[in-house]
Design a protein around this ligand. Sequence first.
Ligand SMILES: Nc1nc2c(ncn2[C@@H]2O[C@H](COP(=O)(O)OP(=O)(O)OP(=O)(O)O)[C@@H](O)[C@H]2O)c(=O)[nH]1
Length: 295
Amino acid sequence: MSQKSGFIAIIGKPNVGKSTLINALVGEKIAIVSPKVQTTRFRITGILNEKDNQFVFIDTPGMHKPLHGLGKSMDRSAVDSLMDADVVMYVVDQKYKHSDKEILERIKEAGLPTVLVINKIDELPKKSDIDEIIVSFIQEHTFDEVIPISAKNSLHLTHLKEALEKYLFEGPFFYPTDYVTDQTDESRMSEIIRERILYYTEQEVPHSVAVMLESLKVNEELKTLDVDALIIVERDSQKGILIGKQGEKLKKIGTEARKEINKLFDLKIHLTLWVKVKKDWRNDPNTISKYGYGK
Ligand SMILES: Nc1nc2c(ncn2[C@@H]2O[C@H](COP(=O)(O)OP(=O)(O)OP(=O)(O)O)[C@@H](O)[C@H]2O)c(=O)[nH]1
């Protein structure tokens, strides 16, 4: 049999479970997940090789009305992913709302086959609740396929992959078969640190944070990788919140991030976190791209 591959854009509003879905499909943590909206800031590719198929999933920031420069760059990144895609998964977790209209129109303009993915069905008490969501969407838009799933419980993912397989193209694979993502290890590490920050902070702090790795050095003596990471916040008060009483919170974030990174990369790291204030960085295009969130 000949090889087939394709790019699949994962589009949806914030918090519908796009990152959870890409992780479940690829079988490894590619994208960080949190209960906070707008966790994903840039496009992330997750690669799944199965039989003669290579699925290249593109996770995108949730589409929303941008309020600042970083938000605009996140929205652009979702739209751009449509240009590269062969097929789109439109992920939802509730009935059609007027706010879906604009996103679906952009997808329609791209002229791509579209699969409506109803996520979080584990949360719905009755089967008729799923039907109601489906009906609300198909009344408004024509989809090529409709698949209800639970990304969290890996429910119906085989069915979803079978549906997507139809839209792959014959030809050589885009990535070597041992690749799971096109992100650098550095980017994955800083994202894991950001994920821990999202868990331990509230309100505006999670959205005001950027993480950058300052240095990575192999310690030959201890056989560890020494990593220094810089956490950037917008205000002094946020710095205080992040550090916590006697440095407790920052310590917790550091310990948990280190454990996660150790698991993912199968190496021992020694992680040191630093916190710096850079006022209003989310509105400064240079800073946005310096921290890896621009194009
Ligand atoms: N019950 C349930 N919760 C889910 C499911 N999939 C995702 N979630 C939860 O929904 C929340 C958001 O998940 P994410 O994967 O970060 O959502 P996202 O769409 O990538 O979010 P943004 O990055 O904000 O665009 C998390 O708390 C997940 O655990 C699911 O199938 N069932």
